[in-house]
Design a protein around this ligand. Structure first.
Ligand code: NGF
Length: 290
């Protein structure tokens, strides 16, 4: 089966932190028309979901499904520290027509596994939809073991993992133990090792800008041309390293602006673009994307 590439949709904000609808629509159009992306992950880390009010989350979910209009796959990240909000949003996006949902592992309070399991089972209980666990230990501090993923998968509505984790030993164990589950890799700079371990595709922030190279890498990998895949990963990693150095979330938007896509700005407490960041973004575009 052909592996799938998803961009993590950014949220364009205005300077006052309100939603910039036109910017979100432009980024979605670019992903569909130019990137030929397979799908979008809406409301994730790159979307600054955890900075947003409840109303803003609803607005973004509505805009994304309206603009995509059935052209690509959509995954709505509905996880929240407020389980009632997660349940509400799971129903909200399912009613809007989202074919898949996802939820970040609940964080901050060092929940026990029983509490985490209850959170996931509650989110999917009243909705007719399929869920991907969003595992991102570096930001949540929550690591699940292979056995714990297995327990969560006992619920048939829980169909896979968005795996943003550099633990490739665990990835190999999980891939092997659950061959029928959907595993989408989350670290763009580690796409090639993730492909080698048999992921079904990838979701990431930098694919907004760099989807063509990432797709070419996936094809080279499938064709067995590992040297080419490695060179493409190297080129992508030069881009990703430069983005990280320049403050990745505002820079992704600034580079989009260089490409003629109006992406708005990040929302505080994320940083607002400085002149140095703007110059950095211009150089990133010129050096790694043009
Ligand atoms: O933003 C992060 C934080 N990771 C993203 C991605 O895994 C999260 C990744 O693309 C995501 O897609 C989402 O939830 O919106 C990185 O930005 C990239 O690999 C550069 O490190 O870890």
């Amino acid at each position: 089966m052909m592996k799938k590439l998803y961009s993590a949709l950014m949220t364009a904000f205005n300077d006052d932190g309100s939603i910039n609808e036109a910017g979100i629509r432009e980024m979605i159009r670019y992903n569909i028309d130019v990137n030929k992306i397979d799908g979008l992950y809406v409301g994730g880390s790159t979307g600054e979901n955890f900075n947003m009010s409840h109303d803003q989350k609803e607005q973004v979910f509505k805009i994304a499904i309206d603009e995509a209009n059935g052209a690509i796959d959509l995954i709505a990240q509905v996880g929240s520290l407020d389980l009632n909000e997660s349940k509400y949003l799971a129903k909200f996006v399912t009613d809007l027509g989202y074919p898949k949902i996802s939820a970040v592992t609940p964080f901050y309070y060092n929940y026990t596994f029983e509490q985490i399991k209850n959170y996931y089972n509650e989110i999917v209980k009243d909705v007719d939809n399929k869920l991907l666990i969003y595992s991102i230990p570096a930001l949540t501090g929550v690591s699940l073991s292979m056995e714990q993923f297995g327990e969560l998968f006992e619920n048939p509505k829980i169909i896979g993992i968005k795996y943003t984790n550099a633990d490739f030993y665990l990835l190999e164990r999980v891939r092997n133990a659950f061959p029928d589950k959907l595993i989408l890799s989350g670290f763009d700079e580690m796409l090639l090792p993730a492909l080698a371990l048999g992921v079904d595709g990838a979701i990431g922030s930098t694919y907004n800008l760099n989807a063509k190279r990432a797709k070419a890498e996936m094809i080279a990998f499938d064709d067995g041309d590992i040297d080419k895949a490695r060179q493409l990963q190297h080129d992508s990693n030069d881009l990703i390293t430069a983005l990280i150095k320049n403050d990745i979330y505002p820079s992704l938007k600034l580079v989009f602006e260089e490409m003629g896509v109006h992406a708005g700005v990040t929302k505080a407490p994320m940083s607002k673009p400085t002149p140095e960041m703007r110059a950095g973004a211009k150089a990133i575009y010129e050096n790694y994307l043009k």
